[in-house]
Design a protein around this ligand. Structure first.
Ligand SMILES: [Mn+2]
Length: 337
């Protein structure tokens, strides 16, 4: 007899939080499903490397699981709140691996991600998509919308965009075209299942608007919440405002994160780092708050580029953020009295 022991993070098979592998046809209602899109050819200018993000995030997630597996009763208690979390015997999480990608054919990858996402969502899965550059959110959201419409005719959707940048151009200059990591929110806004009033940006900073975006912002009263707003009002109030606005009158909300929303001092491993970003601890708190909203039905995290991440902190931060989003599916809350 050879019994399995707890494996340290650096050994064993790699999947997110060491969840079991799954195929699309086996996705069941309510199951969280991790799926990577390891591409970075949605980047017309700037630094690439996000194609290595999904695997690195999965590896970094293993340490988080080990902390619980090696604890007494698989339980850890928060030092401030006394809240106790115990690792579930059976996680409500599985790892699909990566959607099919075609490294020199962005539109073929687009079709693949739309199809894969719609199949996951149609079956009631809660997709957790690992980018990839931020273009990934366009096919990912489109597939999400397709799957939701198949489940429920006339479905209405919301979208929350955590990012230092709006990604709201119509075209990325003369060289990029209309399908890039700088245009994906504009493309998402054109989906018939969503209105501007349910699209919210969180963490914007700097000179991020083109003149056409500035006009649209004024015309539609677009909700663009900035890192300065967060500094002034606190992350909790801002995230709740974002989730409530995105959820208002809709059936489901998609949340997308560009890891560059976190300041470059704490999140250097990304293509377009910024120095007026939010703090890592604010980001982690935000990821814990969004999981309180029943409207949250899909999530992605993009733009982690491990080759720029010389200390490993960015992949670690990304994996911890995702773990916070997934916490209700990974842990039972215990009352220790
Ligand atoms: Mn960005």
């Amino acid at each position: 007899m050879y019994e399995r022991e707890v494996m340290p993070y650096y050994g064993g098979l790699v999947s997110f939080f060491r969840s079991p592998g799954i195929e699309v046809e086996d996705v069941t209602e309510g199951l969280a499903v991790v799926a990577g899109v390891p591409i970075d050819n949605g980047i017309p200018q700037g630094r690439v490397g996000a194609r290595f993000g999904p695997r690195a995030i999965r590896e970094a997630s293993l340490g988080g699981r080990g902390m619980f597996e090696t604890a007494i009763d698989n339980t850890r208690i928060h030092v401030d709140t006394g809240e106790a979390l115990r690792l579930k015997d059976e996680l409500k999480l599985a790892d699909l691996g990566d959607f099919n990608i075609y490294p020199t054919d962005l539109m073929k990858t687009t079709d693949s991600v739309i199809q894969g996402m719609s199949e996951v969502v149609k079956r009631g899965g809660f997709p957790i998509v690992l980018g990839g550059d931020h273009y990934v959110s366009y096919p990912s959201f489109t597939g999400f919308a397709k799957g939701m419409v198949e489940r429920q005719h006339g479905v209405r959707l919301g979208y929350v965009h955590f990012d230092s940048h709006t990604d709201f151009r119509d075209e990325t200059g003369s060289i990029g075209g209309r399908y890039t990591h700088g245009t994906m929110v504009r493309r998402i806004s054109e989906n018939p299942a969503i209105d501007f009033k349910n699209i919210v940006w969180v963490g914007l900073n700097g000179y991020g608007l083109n003149t056409d975006q500035y006009e649209l912002k004024k015309e539609h009263n677009l909700r663009m919440l900035t890192s300065r707003n967060i500094l002034q009002r606190g992350i909790e109030e801002i995230v709740r405002e974002a989730m409530e606005a995105a959820s208002d009158g809709v059936d489901a909300v998609y949340v997308s994160v560009d890891i560059d929303v976190v300041d470059a001092s704490e999140s250097p491993g990304t293509g377009a780092p910024e120095f007026e970003g939010i703090q890592a601890k604010e980001f982690l708190q935000a990821m814990s708050i969004i999981n309180e909203y029943d409207t949250l039905r899909a999530f992605d995290l993009c733009e982690v580029a491990p080759e720029w991440d010389h200390s490993g902190r960015t992949v670690m931060l990304a994996s911890r953020g995702i773990t916070n989003v997934l916490a209700p599916r990974l842990f039972d809350k215990l009352d220790l009295g």
